[in-house]
Design a protein around this ligand. Structure first.
Ligand code: V47
Length: 447
């Protein structure tokens, strides 16, 4: 067991409160200083307080405790193999039906070509997601992975949201085998080259929101089961929260609480002991509070953001959630187009709260495609330590008009990070630093 012990506080003593300081935040500041888990009520107060400065300063304090002045980016390529989807989630402008204008599905040859392009651009990662394609056979997906593996052996393949994994269990006739079916699908995909799971498809873990906006999609229990199964098989994964549509702030806090409990289970499995907490076993959820079954065996909190705690290593004896990625809702061309998108301040606040509430997630990503590179810079100063990568092609949300070509150069990313006051570090998918020869593009991971 890796027992997390607290070390004497080395942080400078707190300066006098600024004008506009919300005194209700004082107990939260104490908890953050001690590395103690924040409660649901604390999370709600952080949403309600007008004192966003203190919130952001606290998120920055935690972010610097974990990562100092380092901010991560990667060289990657996103690939959407098909936008044909059996579902019609109201927030989604990406999905098409089979004969609808703009529907597409990539051939294996096109995918091979994408892998070659990724290698030529120096990418270390291919991020692959698509719709729930109604008739592609399981073999399409394993062939896709094997093709990329063959064309680009060093490329890390981060692919398929939990929603797609459950779909693949059905497609491969393992849908009725429950958790074991999911595990065997994941094992087949790992054998074909899958390296980790992206965080998509989580949306907001709440049945009301689910039934109103993405009915038909898997519920939180299944999303969490897929990630748990992946962790048990040694894969790391990410997690998202798509907010700012019909969800309420309380539902977002609940989403964060569910995710951090799932992460407690993952970290406990790989040897972390329960951390300092005034109430380590308290407030365990019961089912009638709307918490999913799969976090019933919650062991208690493992707080990685407390001073002196060690972050898990990618070679840990099992997987875990690496990163939380808050995704602000993009209304354009969706069925919810009449709703306003969340504002910049709400996005900043949500990201800072994620940093503070998700005390056992090593990383917080401000995905520049959805946040804009300008806001991502600001977010680096307020809780985020990662901005994702070069991306190149992105079809799920489009920042400027209908174009799918959305690319940032390495120079753009580095400049944005430096200008925000941080040291840019290229990472691989598992957050290991990458050493790169800028002349030849050759790279290697530093373990
Ligand atoms: O699963 C779909 C969301 C996700 C909209 O793991 C929308 O490193 C906002 O998961 N407005 C895909 N969001 C993106 C994603 C992701 C992105 C970057 C990095 C990682 C990672 C994961 O985008 C979908 C869905 O939850 N989404 N439509 C929309 N209109």
């Amino acid at each position: 067991m890796t027992t997390i012990t607290t070390t004497p506080r080395t942080e400078p003593s707190r300066p006098a409160p600024k004008p506009g300081f919300d005194p209700r935040l004082a107990p939260i500041i104490d908890k953050v200083d001690q590395g103690e888990r924040l409660s649901i009520e604390d999370g709600m107060l952080l949403y309600e307080t007008p004192d966003i400065w203190t919130l952001c300063e606290l998120a920055d304090r935690v972010r610097r405790r974990l990562h100092g002045d380092v901010a991560y980016y990667n060289i990657n390529r996103h690939l959407n193999y098909s936008n044909i989807c059996a579902l019609s989630c109201k927030f989604c402008a990406f999905h098409r039906k089979k004969d609808q204008d703009g529907a597409y599905e990539h051939s294996v040859e096109q995918i091979r070509e994408e892998a070659h392009k990724a290698v030529a651009s120096g990418a270390t990662e291919m991020h692959i997601v698509g719709g729930l394609h109604p008739w592609l056979k399981f073999d399409y997906y394993t062939t896709m992975l094997r093709t990329i593996r063959e064309a680009a052996p060093a490329l890390h393949i981060k692919a398929f949201t939990a929603v797609e994994i459950v779909h693949l269990a059905k497609v491969s006739k393992r849908g009725k085998q429950g958790y074991e079916g999911i595990k065997s699908v994941l094992q087949d995909l790992i054998d074909a080259g899958l390296g980790s799971l992206p965080g998509g498809g989580a949306e907001v873990f709440d049945d009301r929101v689910h039934d109103e906006v993405f009915k038909g999609k898997i519920r939180s229990t299944q999303w969490l089961d897929v990630h748990k199964a992946a962790h048990e098989l040694g894969l790391n994964s990410n997690a998202t929260m798509l907010y700012g549509h019909v969800d309420q702030r309380a539902e977002r806090i609940k989403h964060m609480d569910i995710l951090r409990r799932a992460q407690d289970i993952a970290l406990h499995r790989i040897g972390y002991d329960i951390a300092l907490s005034r109430d380590p076993k308290g407030s365990a959820p019961t089912n009638d509070q709307g918490y999913p079954d799969c976090i019933r065996d919650w062991p208690g909190p493992v707080v990685l953001t407390q001073p002196g705690a060690q972050l898990p290593k990618p070679d840990a004896s099992g997987g875990y959630h690496q990163t939380i990625i808050p995704l602000p809702f993009f209304p354009d061309e969706s069925e919810l187009e009449h709703l306003p998108a969340p504002t910049g301040l709400e996005n900043l606040r949500t990201l800072a709260i994620c940093r503070l509430m998700l005390d056992n997630f090593p990383h917080v990503k401000a995905f520049w495609i959805m946040q804009t590179l300008e806001m991502a810079q600001f977010m680096l100063q307020n809780g985020a330590d990662d901005i994702d990568g070069t991306v190149v092609w992105y079809d799920i949300t489009k920042l400027e008009g209908p174009t799918t070509h959305q690319e940032a150069s390495v120079a753009d990313l580095q400049r944005a990070i430096r200008e925000a006051g941080f040291t840019p570090v290229e990472r691989d998918t598992l957050y290991r630093p990458v050493e790169r020869n800028m002349q030849t593009g050759a790279w290697r991971v530093i373990s």
